[in-house]
Design a protein around this ligand. Sequence first.
Ligand code: TXA
Ligand code: MG
Length: 352
Amino acid sequence: MKSMRTIIEKIDKNKINTYIIREAGRILREGGLVAFPTETVYGLGADALNEHAAQKIYAAKGRPSDNPLIIHITNMDDLAKITSFIPEAAKVIADKYWPGPLTMIFDKSGIVPYGTTGGLDTVAVRMPSHEIAREVIDAGGGYIAAPSANTSGRPSPTTALHVEEDMTGKIDMIIDGGSVDIGVESTILDMTVVPPMILRPGAITREMLTELIGEVSVDKTLITPDSKKTPKAPGMKYRHYAPKAELTIVEGEIKEVIAKINSLAAEKLEEGLKVGIIGTEETVGCYPAGDVKSIGTREDEATIAGSLYGILREFDNDGVDYIYSEAFATGGIGSAIMNRLLKAAGHHVIHI
Ligand code: TXA
Ligand code: MG
């Protein structure tokens, strides 16, 4: 692809520069690409109703064109325009969790091009809460297709620097709004089936949704990865979130996990290989050798979600050959953390 000039602009989310927002809006309306922060991860935006603009996203990311995009909106009136049917349960969920880290899938209306939905008759929609995202969406015409702003196959970006690593020279503008809040992508909930089905776990958990609307199922391919079935969210089948090094998760009683990781690391180090280790605030002091990083504290799992992708990118930059990680709890945001970590590891887990 021919390299282009990428404008990089910093915005303080507490004092939003309207000039920059207007410039971003102009680029989007003219069919260009703008990366911007959301509360989950950075998104790579294009006008969702302009098939040609949406196609540019696939080129910049190197993303397979059968992988549909999420359309970002800022209000419920706009939801009605891009969908052909909104189930009652979706209205109840939107009332409680929009704006926020939740994507819902609906039957699409005629104005949504197939180039945005990867040829599907359904459309994924999210209403983000991040102030900069909301202003960019409105300035850009109200319907912004935005996948995570990473090169396909790399970990999703949680800072503007991550976006710059992957997208400089390939898109028109990057808005630097600082680190994101959550760090893993939105929950995806398919509202076209009964009961609604979670296709990707995120910060809005199954328990939160069940409490609100009753039964919610989970795509089985998320639980049993080696099943022969294809995930219902096309993107979940790709080797996503992956670091360059081979990642192994070690699961079990924490003292034994530490001992196992130390012995695995020692073996590789002896062979002259570079080893990365993912521990927590509670355990980093227990690993005497290797490139040891703390991913956060088990006392607050949100800290782990917040650093996961950044740490995987750091290990890429450090050029490690092997990464060993502790496993984490699966309650709350933990199911999203373990889903992404397992994908990054290609489901390579040692149980002890
Ligand atoms: O948090 C997020 O959702 C971020 C921010 C930028 O909003 N976006 C994001 O987009 O994660 P992306 O493209 O990286 O992931 C979207 C996922 C893919 O796995 C895709 O296959 C799935 O959503 N998806 C999109 N439309 C779908 C549809 N109509 N049916 C099933 N899955 C769909
Ligand atoms: Mg993505």
